[in-house]
Design a protein around this ligand. Structure first.
Ligand SMILES: [Zn+2]
Length: 174
């Protein structure tokens, strides 16, 4: 069993599309960044890579690399999921807190939850999406995301044939 933590922030700029958790939201401002600025997907990507001690998003996708200019951040998340898979793990659940003044995320939380669940190959009830406003932080022009993720060891084929008792014993050890 592994725990991972990720954090990210991006600045709002007028006229850019706003993407949060792989979902495009209607808003006057979007998040600036080398890629599409999806603050939630970046924090999830870092949490996944952190959980398996595989560096961070910049290790795999350096911001100075022109290939990632305006990139869909789903690409980064998929690459992190591939690393998680190769390391022998799968996602158990993820929790997140977004901090932003605008727009209100609660009307979109279900859609973001469903999209993130799909990308992480887990059920929506294993994805926590929480949003807060930046009270007293002076970060009204930024979106911030904090993410924790829990990984479980993937059962490979021989293990899949283990008895329930052996699984329980193994679970206790992991
Ligand atoms: Zn980012």
């Amino acid at each position: 069993m592994r725990i991972g933590y990720g954090w990210d922030s991006h600045e709002f700029k007028k006229g850019l599309p706003l993407k949060v958790g792989g979902v495009e939201l209607e808003h006057t401002h979007g998040l600036a960044g080398h890629s599409d600025g999806d603050v939630l997907l970046h924090a999830i990507t870092d949490a996944l890579l952190g959980a398996i001690a595989a560096g961070d998003i910049g290790t795999f996708f350096p911001s100075e690399d022109a290939r990632w200019k305006g990139a869909d951040s789903v690409v980064f998340l998929r690459a992190a999921m591939e690393q998680v898979h190769r390391a022998g793990y799968m996602v158990a659940n993820v929790d997140s807190t977004l901090i932003l003044a605008e727009p209100k995320l609660s009307p979109h939380a279900k859609k973001i939850q469903a999209r993130v669940a799909e990308l992480l190959r887990i059920e929506p009830n294993c994805v926590g999406i929480k949003a807060k406003t930046p009270e007293g932080m002076g970060t009204d022009n930024a979106a911030i995301a904090h993410v924790t993720v829990l990984l479980l060891r993937r059962a490979n084929k021989p293990r899949a044939r283990m008895t329930a008792a052996a699984h329980a014993k193994r679970g206790a050890r992991d």
